[in-house]
Each structure stands twice: as structure tokens, then as C-alpha cells.
Design a protein around this ligand. Structure first.
Ligand code: 13P
Length: 291
């Protein structure tokens, strides 16, 4: 089917205390791994790109591959732009058919952040595209975005409420103890904070930095209102390991062999994460017919 808006996916998941898994992809094989994994489990899925991925792969290539892949399958697939600080890039995303975007004004002060996010919401909503915003600062590394522990700051519930009201965003990414990249120790999520924020706002929450978070913590966060779970690093690691294993043979030079192995390794994690988000079979609730 054609790409779908993530609005209905996330809202339906939110109502049922599930979450839509959102996977960061980098190339053809990672797109295939995510969509094949989702199709095998009949789960809706969000494919997402960072600005760094667009720089590497090119927005037209990414959009064309994801749209072609979506048409091949009958599960609901959304295409989302992750952590985008640039209004112009968001315009480009809308131009090529992204179905949701995250505008990241984390480097602005509150007033400028609100102004930037509002302008994106106005434009995106005009073409039925959903907008994710972030308040508080999630730590860690993603692309060339690096927030060290000292600069990371937890989301303040009252500020979250104000931010949602001031901007009109559809989903809110919150800083509650997770970070992008892998953790040195076990991450401690502030569940009370999630609960408090969710009790004060009426939009679904988004969990960033889900790689390396224990399954039980992710499940508890979903039960408290996290309806989109972002996963990047936990796909990159098995991909790199699979490629290294194949290339350990010095005579190996066939990209179909090492990238094929990478695709299988990524697909396995994708399926584990779909089960964690409790969306196996959820595609059937979006008009997908059982065969
Ligand atoms: P991880 O790399 O920790 O999975 O974070 C992904 C993410 O939050 C993307 O925005």
C-alpha cells in the first residue's frame, strides 16, 4: 500500500498501550530488513532517517526506495524524519512524501524553539503530515549531534504541557533517562516523570534512545504512554558485526554476501523489537486482510 500517516498508527497504539517501533535506516538493505521483518510479523512500522542519513544516501533515493517497498507489501508503513533542526530540510521531506517529521529546536531558547516548531506544524498539517517535537534534552550521540551528560536535561512536566499547547505538535519526545547510542551502565528511566508528563498532556509520548534499555523498562514506559519507540544503535551493531564476520574471509568481496548477511542480522533485531512493542499482528487493525 502507499505510505500512511503515522498519526493513526501512533494513536491506535497509544489507546491500546502498545508502541509503534520506529527504526533508523541507512541504505537499501536496512530498509528491506525493517520492512521484511515487519511484514513477517504483520506489524505497522515507521522507517526514519536522520539528517546524516540523508546526507549520505540522498533524500530522493531514500524516499523512492521506501515508497517502492511500501507498495510491495500490505502492512502500514510511515516515513519519518528524525531530529531535524532545519526548516528547509523539512520542506524537502514534505516535497518527497515523508508522512511525519520531527523538528528539533533543542539548540534554540524556548521562544525560538516554539516559533520554529509552530511554523513547521502549520506547514506540515496543511499537507496532513504529523509533527514530533522535543522538550528537555536527550543525551548521547546521533550523527554529529552530541549531547554530553552534563548538558542533557530531563523534561519538566509543566514545561512539556506549555510546549504542547504553544506549538500544536502531535507527539512529544521527552528526556526521562534514556540517551542516544549504547549505555555504559544500565539506564535508569524516570517512570514517575513519564507518568506525570503523560497525565498533563494529551498527545502520545516518544521514547528516544531505546537501544540498550532493558525490555522490562521499555514495556513499563509503553504502559505509561510511550507510543513510538526509536531504535537506531541496536540495528547498527549487529549489522557491523555480520559484515565483519563475512569479510573475515580475505577472499570475500561480494557485496551481496556481506550486505545480505547484514540484512538478516538487522531483520532479527527488528522482529525482536516489534515483539517488545507488542505490535505483532497489529497491522490487521488497519484494514490489512489475513491471508
Ligand atoms: P538509539 O541509537 O539509542 O537506539 O536511539 C535512537 C533514537 O532515539 C533515534 O532518534
Amino acid at each position: 500500500m502507499a505510505l500512511v500517516s503515522s498519526y493513526e498508527l501512533i494513536h491506535k497504539a497509544w489507546e491500546q498501550k502498545k508502541a509503534i517501533p520506529a527504526f533508523n535506516i541507512h541504505n537499501l538493505e536496512t530498509i528491506q530488513a525493517v520492512i521484511e521483518g515487519a511484514d513477517e510479523l504483520k506489524s505497522p512500522v515507521i522507517i526514519q532517517t536522520t539528517p546524516g542519513t540523508l546526507k549520505h544516501a540522498g533524500i530522493e533515493y531514500v524516499a523512492a526506495i521506501v515508497k517502492a517497498a511500501a507498495l510491495k507489501y500490505d502492512i502500514p508503513i510511515a516515513l519519518h524524519m528524525d531530529h531535524c533542526p532545519s526548516f528547509d530540510t523539512i520542506v524537502n521531506c514534505l516535497r518527497v512524501g515523508y508522512t511525519s517529521v520531527m523538528i528539533d529546536g533543542a539548540n534554540c531558547d524556548y521562544a525560538d524553539n516554539v516559533e520554529l516548531v509552530r511554523s513547521v506544524v502549520k506547514m506540515a498539517h496543511a499537507v496532513n503530515v504529523q509533527v514530533e517535537g522535543e522538550i528537555g534534552k536527550i543525551g548521547g550521540v546521533e550523527d554529529d549531534m552530541f549531547v554530553n551528560e552534563a548538558d542533557a536535561s530531563f523534561t519538566i512536566p509543566e514545561e512539556a504541557k506549555q510546549f504542547v499547547e504553544d506549538t500544536g505538535i502531535d507527539t512529544l519526545a521527552v528526556a526521562i533517562g534514556t540517551a542516544h547510542g549504547m549505555y555504559k551502565g544500565e539506564p535508569k528511566l524516570d517512570f514517575e516523570r513519564i507518568e506525570k508528563i503523560q497525565s498533563m498532556i494529551n498527545v502520545p509520548l516518544v521514547l528516544h534512545g531505546a537501544s540498550g534499555v532493558p525490555d522490562e523498562s521499555v514495556k513499563r514506559a509503553i504502559a505509561l504512554g510511550m507510543a513510538k519507540i526509536n531504535i537506531a544503535t541496536e540495528l547498527k551493531n549487529p549489522m557491523a558485526a555480520a559484515i565483519k564476520e563475512v569479510l573475515a574471509n580475505p577472499d570475500e568481496n561480494d557485496p551481496r554476501n556481506y550486505m545480505g548477511a547484514a540484512r538478516e542480522a538487522v531483520k532479527k533485531v527488528v522482529k525482536d523489537k516489534i515483539r517488545l512493542c507488542q505490535t505483532e499482528g497489529f497491522a490487521y487493525e488497519f484494514g490489512v486482510v489475513k491471508k
